[in-house]
Design a protein around this ligand. Sequence first.
Ligand code: ADP
Length: 295
Amino acid sequence: MVVPRRRKSVGLYIALGVVLIIVSLLLYAAWVANLRQISLLLFGGLLLVALIAGMVLNTVFLVREIRRNEQQDAFINAVTHELKTPVASIRLYLETLQTRDVNDAKRKEFYGTMLDDSDRLLSTIEQVLRTGRVGNTRNKPQLSEFDLDVLVDECVHRARTVNQLDEGLITFKAGLGATVIADHEEIRAAVSNLIDNAIKYSGKSIKVVVETSGSGEGNAIVRVRDQGSGIPKTELKDIFKRFHRVPGPTARIPGTGLGLFIVRSVAKRHGGRAWAESEGIGEGSTFVLQLPLAK
Ligand code: ADP
């Protein structure tokens, strides 16, 4: 669906380029033919302004096209890898099960790994679909009133179960005691993304604290704190951009660079904000999601 729209806008700007060439030829001819006539000079001046405006538009368009191309490349690089790896792994286990005699214990282990791989696959597909949904302003959130503490508690429970973590490794301090009017599913996805990241980027020393509170200005705050890899200060803004991943050791951890884009888009769609705090590499990170409270 994106391609025809791109072709249409390319055609429009090619037409604009042709018109600009004709305009510049006219301008050239007018100036050469009779430079002393005021009316022609004025006309030439107007054409010159049109020419400059057109060139500016053309440049803006070109820059946007180049950015879109870069994003498409980033999408293909990030997502293809995340789709291909689990499929290749599942295929390898299935081939082994088909061609070799495998004892019961190994068979169980293989099934477990294949289930993990299919979960990873599903979560990547879900991230891609959600990126499309929350990035589209015509797609409005489905609002309902709910208790944010309850939702965050559910997300913490899910993260504990999925990652098989003891209660002490990820704790929740509910301090809001109020409701929000929001899209339950979108907020659940945003909070889960923050908790999943806190676990994912903590390596082996997982110590995640999730807190809710009121800001005193009619806002609800969800804070997810970890003592993991930390984030360089120069990256704190960029990590919310689509496909952006911090270069260096953390880039080796599987991911698409879509999670935080979803978090910020969901926050914005609800009139809220999302931001990250970190003192740098090795210093852990805190992610904050701010949403307006129900009036
Ligand atoms: P992904 O995790 O799939 O790469 P995200 O959009 O969720 O995508 O995160 C973007 C980048 O921000 C990550 O690649 C990582 O470098 C950094 N990041 C996110 N959360 C954390 C965290 N809790 N600790 C350290 N770095 C993080």
